[in-house]
Design a binder for this molecule. Structure first.
Ligand code: IPM
Ligand code: MG
Length: 353
């Protein structure tokens, strides 16, 4: 359990209670170990991610992660290990979690919560598979330097065949368990790395003849994600495109607070976290939406513990709480009564029983 900063501790506490209840009902007994990460670890140990913490994660089946960061730690030098964001990037890289799954589902009963017209988002059920350990986030060179005309900075978008292939295989496999459609998103009209991306993804396709593969350019995909979101099934894309597109996709649901994610590597181990940040302005007020974290716990049950029943029982309980009208502030319409983290969590726990 790496709760982190801001609303991280509140939402991971909610997720742990729900995970525990659903796990127990499925006959699983889970053992939890807590550690500090992000700003909390910087305060206690001077670094966002201690090597011991990474080891602890390596010895665990799964990591439930909250969020890191806050204004208190914003001044650290870029690239410094005293930056909270270094924790999540270090965990992804250190645990080799190259595939980040971000499901986006809009139950017809919840379509009115969306920022987009309900008739467009009703029935949306897509899964973004974001490459997580390559591209602009990690490739070298990555630095600032002086030139005769002033400062310059460089980031590198580099991909190897192996990096593309393994995440593509994961996306094809996932499409196979869903509606058999895969859309790969790139910028092959401009970027060399995207041309390799498209080539490698296409080369994997013959191994999955039952999955239909299409390619889209990221700019036009960004538009179609609003125009016809229900048309997509599995969407595969590189690291930065996936980061940007999933924040956009959260508006289909209505709030960043609703989206879970699973980060997976070659085996079963995974890191599970809501896609939202630490929201320092909401911290310790009991108002945060715990649903992104709770749905992340459901993904943990599905992908690491392979307990599909327990996973879907959580998802049904979340839907039931929303259908019953419970709304945290981030998803309430004007004039709708608002509940806090605790009431939402209890309702979901009740729904499990
Ligand atoms: C995300 C976040 C992270 C990212 C940040 C916190 C480094 O935005 O998980 O989407 O950019 O990957
Ligand atoms: Mg992001």
């Amino acid at each position: 359990m790496l709760a982190g900063d801001g609303i991280g501790p509140e939402v991971t506490d909610a997720a742990r209670r729900v995970l525990d209840a659903a796990g127990r009902a499925a006959g699983l007994s889970l053992e939890y170990v807590d550690d500090l990460v992000g700003g909390a670890a910087i305060d206690a140990h001077g670094t966002a991610l201690r090597p011991q913490t990474l080891d602890l994660c390596r010895r665990s089946d799964a990591v439930l992660f909250g969020a890191v960061g806050g204004p208190r730690w914003d001044d650290a030098a870029p690239g410094s290990t005293a930056r909270p964001g270094a924790a999540i990037l270090g965990l992804r890289k250190g645990l080799r979690l190259y595939a980040n799954l971000r499901p986006v589902r809009v139950d017809p009963a919840m379509a009115h919560l969306s920022a987009i017209k309900p008739e467009r988002v009703s029935g949306v059920d897509l899964l973004v598979v974001r490459e997580l350990t390559g591209g602009l986030y990690f490739s070298r060179p990555k630095r600032r330097y002086r030139t005769v005309r002033g400062e310059a900075a460089v980031d590198t978008m580099r991909y190897t065949t192996t990096e593309i292939e393994r995440v593509a295989i994961r996306a094809f496999e996932l499409a196979r368990g869903r509606r058999h459609r895969l859309c790969s998103v790139d910028k092959a009209n401009v970027l060399e790395s995207s041309r390799l991306w498209r080539e490698v993804v296409s080369s994997v396709a013959p191994r999955f003849p039952d999955v239909s593969l299409t390619h889209m350019l990221v700019d036009s995909f960004a538009m179609d994600l609003i125009r016809r979101p229900a048309a997509f099934d599995v969407v595969l894309t590189e690291n930065l495109f996936g980061d940007i597109l999933t924040d956009e996709a959260s508006m289909l649901v209505g709030s960043l607070g609703m989206l879970p994610s699973a980060s997976l590597g070659a085996g079963r181990r995974g890191l599970y976290e809501p896609i939202h940040g630490s929201a320092p302005d909401l911290a310790a007020r009991g108002v945060a939406n715990p649903i992104g974290a709770i749905l992340s716990a459901a993904l943990l049950l599905r992908f690491t513990l392979r307990s599909e029943n327990a996973a879907s029982s959580i998802e049904r309980a979340v839907t039931a709480a929303l259908v019953a009208g419970l709304r945290t502030a981030d998803i309430a319409a004007a004039g709708e009564p608002v509940v806090g983290t605790e009431t939402m969590t209890s309702a979901i726990l009740d729904g499990l029983r």
